[in-house]
Design a protein around this ligand. Structure first.
Ligand SMILES: Cc1ncc(COP(=O)(O)O)c(C=O)c1O
Length: 401
């Protein structure tokens, strides 16, 4: 059996809950929004949490909430999700980059020291693929310069450093609930904050967003149902895998990344988070623990089996708890390795994150980000794969190597 790069699930009871919420009249507004925000803040250990229409929408609201004036300097990691620096730039901020490390793939704290100054208004530190960056060091440096710290926690629900959860190290943490994320509410996100007033400002702005409509609901349900079908093992093996193998060589894999293009896409990403999604989120929080435990078990088995032959993304120390949303290796022969893996029945993902600096003229040179964009490959290790399946996967990869 071939294995798909990712497994997307419809949130539990998504269609049924949509119908019952419509009938009850609490699909758009209702008490579950506050309940979800409270449960989320409690779990993360933040002062407050505010639901937002998307991860990127959360950033937009946060820049206003933190009262960052246009022209203010914001530092991002050169290796990351392009939408975030594009948003910074398009809102008129002075965007600066810092290179990433090659083990955590997060912002390098030593290099941050060379770039940050008393002019810096904010630093955005991204935790990639479920593995936290060296956020304790980054927080210390940022604080010493009086800059705000925003953590991009889109991939890192539940991850922690020294038992402190990510999303609590700075002024705010921004989470995403898109379909491929650890908590999936078919879009949306949550911003955690360390300050009550900031939370209230954000909440007021977020609640002013335009309410979604039934067309939006059907679109979200259809898109997620489609993703769940094509990544379902049976359907994947009945057709999707064969189609991937027939794709012309050398052509960029259109399915590799959630990002295509060179502009900020806010389409479908603003509006207001719904009570329906909050209901799905509350349910997701209850069941996610076992799934994360399985992800971690599978990732650690792959690292254990293949760590001698492949350069895996790794946490900075033993005190880091990673959720391994994706299992990631750096491989210099990415294209040919991915082709050989696909022929062996292993579908992989790449080009999810980019060297963002090269999208902005004169942004500087960031060799680790250049390398990461060329070499980062994600190996499937979904939580629903058993250890036996992971061992067979490791055997196949060893053969390919
Ligand atoms: C690292 C990172 N940050 C931010 C985002 C934006 O999240 P959203 O798609 O919910 O706007 C993503 C989305 O994939 C991401 O991967």
């Amino acid at each position: 059996m071939a294995i798909a790069r990712q497994r997307i699930h419809l949130p539990q009871g998504a269609w049924r809950t949509a119908l019952t919420s419509l009938l009850r009249g609490d699909l758009w507004d209702g008490p579950q929004i506050t309940e979800f925000e409270k449960a989320f803040a409690d779990y993360i250990g933040a002062t407050d949490a505010v639901s937002v229409p998307s991860g990127r929408g959360g950033f937009k609201l946060l820049f206003d909430g933190l009262q960052l004036e246009p022209g203010a300097e914001i530092i991002c990691s050169a290796f990351g999700y392009p939408i975030v620096p594009f948003l910074v730039k398009s809102l008129g901020y002075d965007l600066k980059f810092v290179d990433c490390e090659t083990h955590t793939l997060g912002m390098d704290p030593e290099k941050l020291k060379d770039t940050i100054s008393d002019k810096t208004a904010a630093v955005i530190a991204t935790h990639l693929y479920g593995v936290p960056c060296q956020i304790d060091k980054i927080a210390e440096i940022t604080k010493a310069h009086g800059a705000a710290l925003i953590e991009d926690c889109a991939h890192c629900y539940g991850a922690a450093v020294n038992e402190k959860k990510v999303g609590t190290f700075g002024n705010a943490g921004c989470f995403s609930f898109e379909t491929s994320k650890v908590i999936n509410t078919m879009g949306g996100g949550m911003v955690t904050v360390n300050d009550k007033e900031l939370g209230e400002r954000l909440r007021t702005a977020a609640r002013e967003g335009k309410q979604n409509n039934n067309k939006w609901l059907v679109k979200r349900l259809s898109k997620t149902s489609f993703e769940s079908l094509v990544t379902n093992p049976v359907l994947f093996n009945l057709g999707v895998y064969q189609a991937l193998r027939l794709m012309p060589k050398g052509e960029e894999d259109r399915f590799a990344s959630g990002y295509h293009g060179d502009e900020v896409s806010m389409t479908g990403k603003m509006g207001r988070y719904t009570n329906y999604q909050a209901r799905l989120g509350l349910r997701g929080m209850k069941t996610v623990g076992d799934l994360v435990a399985n992800r971690k078990r599978n990732a650690e088995r792959l690292i254990d089996r293949l760590g001698g032959q492949l350069h895996f993304q790794k946490p900075a120390s033993d005190n880091v708890y990673s959720n391994f949303m994706l299992v990631t290796v750096l491989t210099p022969e990415l294209k040919s390795f991915a082709d050989r893996l696909l022929r062996a029945g292993i579908d992989t993902k790449h080009l999810y994150m980019r060297d963002c600096s090269r999208m902005f003229e004169g942004a500087g040179d960031f060799p680790n980000a250049v390398r990461a964009e060329k070499e980062v490959l994600h190996i499937p290790a979904h939580p629903h794969l058993s250890l036996g399946e992971i061992d067979r996967l490791a055997d196949k990869i060893q053969k390919v190597l």
